[in-house]
Design a protein around this ligand. Sequence first.
Ligand SMILES: [Zn+2]
Ligand SMILES: [Zn+2]
Length: 136
Amino acid sequence: MSYNTKPKEYIYQFLENHKNKRFSIKDLNDWLIENNYNVNLATIYRNIDKLVKDNVLLKHQNVDNGYATYQYIENEKCLTHFHFECIKCGRVSHLGAKETNDFLKMIKKTMFFEVEPQNTYISGVCNNCKKVFISF
Ligand SMILES: [Zn+2]
Ligand SMILES: [Zn+2]
């Protein structure tokens, strides 16, 4: 195993641990430091850019502040459906293909607007967090 492959392994380890959570470069960097993995920022950016190109990661650029976040794609379907993100626990859920299509059609018909599912996160409160909230 050469030294060059190590950072990639660390990053994959992070992705396996953050499957349904959106993350920033800072989150990844903090995790690497926490685990005593020594990877410099330039290497992190290079690896992340490559993973985005290879469709392993979905990149979401915030229009307001230019800040980018990423989501690990477990299968190709993530490029064509909507994601819901919980504002309390950060968990990302995937909307089914049929529901996504119905929604896209409805928006196109009523708003004359073509939504790009891969760039769209709908924020709210997930079922788990709602339960916790109600029990208080
Ligand atoms: Zn998905
Ligand atoms: Zn939640």
